[in-house]
Design a protein around this ligand. Structure first.
Ligand code: GSH
Length: 230
């Protein structure tokens, strides 16, 4: 049985979607970032980066959401593009593009728009610009192809869905009008029963997850606020 360490944030939800799509048996284990579960030694032994998601599958431990998508794709043989150099070139490129571009820039846009203690217009402009640039690239790709890689739904589309379904929160609702192809993919995936099940996992742990963004939450999630390194 795969242990899936998660909360309801975008990166864990990509993996929840893949677990639900494949039907692999798994046990969700809540890691409450607002309570600081991600920094506890038992969890750091699984993911030294202290973030979710991570999975433990027998003697295999995998962290970082897109690495987990690849692992589960290889394990199940499902939702993987064709086994050709061309398809693999596209698979690796787009998966890393989401991992190193879409995710981090969206995360920083959210941080500076919604969480930073003071409004830093330079930071907001930079991350809003870069996040929008990345979503625009996805939208162009999806204007030429129904799915991100090949002609079938794959782990790359799941990686995109994890963040893109939150465009209204990351950037603001009005931005959807610019990216109809991306919205088409997000809507198609969100309508899948596996997506509803993935988003529903957290309901089993309603009593576990804290919802308030109070001082304890901020200290757990934004450790830099208490440390001066620059
Ligand atoms: N590159 C990592 C990023 C993981 C990540 O940033 N996870 C966030 C939730 S989406 C998290 O654990 N935040 C808690 C924290 O930073 O303390 C991945 O793709 O899994």
């Amino acid at each position: 049985m795969i242990k899936f360490y998660y909360n309801a944030a975008p990166n864990p939800m990509k993996v929840a979607l893949m677990l639900e799509e494949t039907g692999l048996p798994y046990e969700p284990v809540p890691i409450d970032g607002r309570k600081g579960d991600q920094h506890k030694p038992d969890y750091l032994a699984i993911n030294p980066n202290g973030k979710v998601p991570a999975i433990v599958d027998g003697d295999a431990t995998v962290f970082d959401s897109n690495a987990i998508l690849l692992y589960l794709g290889e394990k199940s043989g499902k939702f993987m593009p064709a086994n050709t150099p061309k398809a693999h070139g596209e698979l690796y490129s787009w998966l890393m593009f989401v991992a190193s571009g879409v995710g981090p820039f969206s995360g920083q846009a959210v941080h500076f728009r919604h969480h930073a203690p003071e409004k830093n217009h330079y930071a907001i402009n930079r991350y809003m610009y870069e996040a929008q640039r990345h979503y625009g690239i996805l939208n162009d790709r999806l204007g030429k192809h129904k799915y991100m890689v090949g002609d079938a739904y794959s782990i790359v589309d799941m990686a995109v869905w994890g963040w893109a379904r939150l465009v209204p929160m990351v950037l603001g609702e009005e931005h959807w009008a610019k990216w109809p192809n991306l919205k088409r993919l997000v809507d198609e995936i969100s309508a899948r029963p596996a997506a509803a099940r993935a988003l529903g996992i957290k309901d089993k742990h309603k009593h576990v997850f804290k919802t308030e963004n109070d001082d304890e939450s901020r200290k757990a999630m934004f450790k830099h606020m208490d440390v001066k390194v620059a």
